[in-house]
Design a protein around this ligand. Sequence first.
Ligand code: TYD
Length: 394
Amino acid sequence: MTKITFLNLGNQPLANNYLSKKNINKKEKKYQLNVCVDKKTNLVSIKKTFSSKTMFNNKYPYRSSMSKTMTKSFKTLAQYIKKKYKPNIVLEIGSNDGAFIKNFKKNKTIGIEPCSNIEKLTKKLNYNTFSDYWSKKLAKKILKKFGKVDLIYSANTISHIKNLNEVFNAINVVLNDEGILIIEDPSLLECIKRNTYDQFYNEHIYVFSTIALENILKLHNLQIFKIEKLNIHGGSNRYFIKKSFSKRKINNSVIFNKKKENDYGLKKIITYRKFASRVKLSKIKLNKILSKIKKDNQKIIGYGATAKSTTILNYCNIGNTKIEYFLDTTKDKQNKYTPGTKIPILKYNNLIDDNIKYVFLGAWNFKNEIFKKEKVFIKRGGKFITHTPFPRII
Ligand code: TYD
């Protein structure tokens, strides 16, 4: 076995499986959430995986456009791509509700989005979108219809697909020889440094490091030539990738990132074991904070019923006796209950109730955006509770 398990996050439900009132007493599908590292490639992944169809179907609730941070980031990148690379056509793998492709002319983009409930939002607007899983077969279909593409983009999607060989083989089918692949996903280094163990759940099959991604890409004659560090999702990397034979210059950021990961110890198992110990402590500390607030007869609510918080709530055994309810802007999550822990999710009506002083930050990755929005709450002495980089009240 080349894989070493280093973290056990307990019995977990499917992270985006919000429960309707009707289903609240039905038995939920649960699994053991273990995280492991491959000794050969250094690739970090969850151990038990589910089929894409189980996770990404016509009930998928996630919408990229729900956060200003994301729409702004997509817009800035689209402008950069247009100016710098002038691509004939841009293909996006995981186009969700079109937050990225909407920055391009309709005849200049192709979107791939397997969740048909979301794909139809862009189809309706006449964007070239396919409600299908990314595969070699689909890549061939696109090649036939549109020819080769100059640029492929994928944000927070490749790490959700188990078969990376299929992913990159399919990319090679349709990407021009001098074409560019840009992928962005949470960075393993930042995840470990900030103790954001909630990056691990059934949909996040991988959390990539530069070291591991490079090892995988090599097998497909692909090569990272530039890396941008992003503040998105608690620290992500945006990888610019080319075909290995292309003469495009390798930017210093690639060498710099690999050195940083190496120096931190991402090639050593002890680094992962230490992280696991910190996660255990984090659970104890977070529960202590919540218990103390409850003892003082204060109410706690949650802000942003994220998939990530499913991991935290279930791992730390935090249920509706500790958190009264969650507020969320996503329509498909409202009036439902958090998976496993059955905390009600209510519609966010631009205000936090006056009788609430403590708010657990489920969407901690949008902290700046939320703090800006909740000035009134903060001014009246309202406090946020976060688990990253360590459990604390802010
Ligand atoms: P996100 O952290 O992007 O993803 P994941 O579910 O993959 O962990 O989800 C953010 C959630 O938080 C989403 O359900 C929308 C919600 N949200 C709010 O309710 N209010 C806000 O101001 C923001 C930024 C997000």
